[in-house]
Design a protein around this ligand. Structure first.
Ligand SMILES: [Zn+2]
Length: 207
């Protein structure tokens, strides 16, 4: 079992909201989020929905602090989530599945989701570094993601967003060159082994 892969739960939950839409607006939306994870689901109530929205805000705050360079705050927030949603690991073999680990059999939907999401994110951060947590740089996009590129060059959540600034460049050249100037600051120190890091930057957005 790759615990770090459960960081995707955190990312997926945070990305149910952006500046245009809230995709966790009702119980059906919550059921949809949980449908492929029956071990996290069950009967859902409005209380669960509110709790999951709250968890979403708490997880986003980890990304916001990390992106702002406030390492201490990001780690405090993540530790707080780990503390409030402790794991109680159990081996389970239901429904003809081979023995597999459940982190938390009891508790609310939020507790179970948070236990996986926070654990996944914590393992990922400890394996790869807090500075790989990202928020998409494209205008109007607030999606979060984990930068897995070798030279830490991913700036956009997707190919689609990576393509958008070039459209903006045609209309607002000065603005986009300011953005490019910012973009070069971080990877510059790490680019020695990959001199063409900037070229891959806009292409590394695939999810
Ligand atoms: Zn984006």
């Amino acid at each position: 079992m790759d615990l770090a892969s459960y960081a995707d739960l955190a990312i997926e939950l945070v990305n149910t909201q952006d500046s245009q839409a809230d995709n966790l607006r009702d119980l059906d939306a919550l059921r949809e989020l949980l449908v492929i994870r029956p071990h996290l689901g069950g009967r859902v109530s409005h209380r669960d929905l509110d709790a999951m929205r709250e968890l979403r805000a708490q997880l986003r705050a980890v990304f916001v602090s990390a992106v702002a360079g406030d390492e201490e705050d990001a780690i405090d927030r993540l530790n707080s989530l780990l503390m409030h949603h402790p794991v109680h690991p159990q081996l389970s073999g239901h429904d003809g599945l081979r023995w597999h680990l459940h982190l938390n059999e009891g508790g609310s939907i939020q507790d179970r989701y948070a236990a996986w999401a926070a654990m996944g994110l914590a393992v990922k951060v400890s394996d790869r570094g807090l500075d790989r947590l990202r928020i998409c740089r494209a205008d109007g996009c607030e999606r979060v993601f984990f930068d897995s590129t070798a030279n830490m060059s991913q700036r956009y959540c997707s190919e689609r967003c990576a393509g958008r600034p070039s459209v903006a460049a045609a209309h607002h050249p000065s603005r986009t060159s300011a953005r490019a100037a910012i973009d070069t600051t971080v990877p510059a120190q790490r680019r020695s082994s990959q001199p063409d890091g900037r070229k891959t930057e806009a292409r590394d957005g695939g999810q």
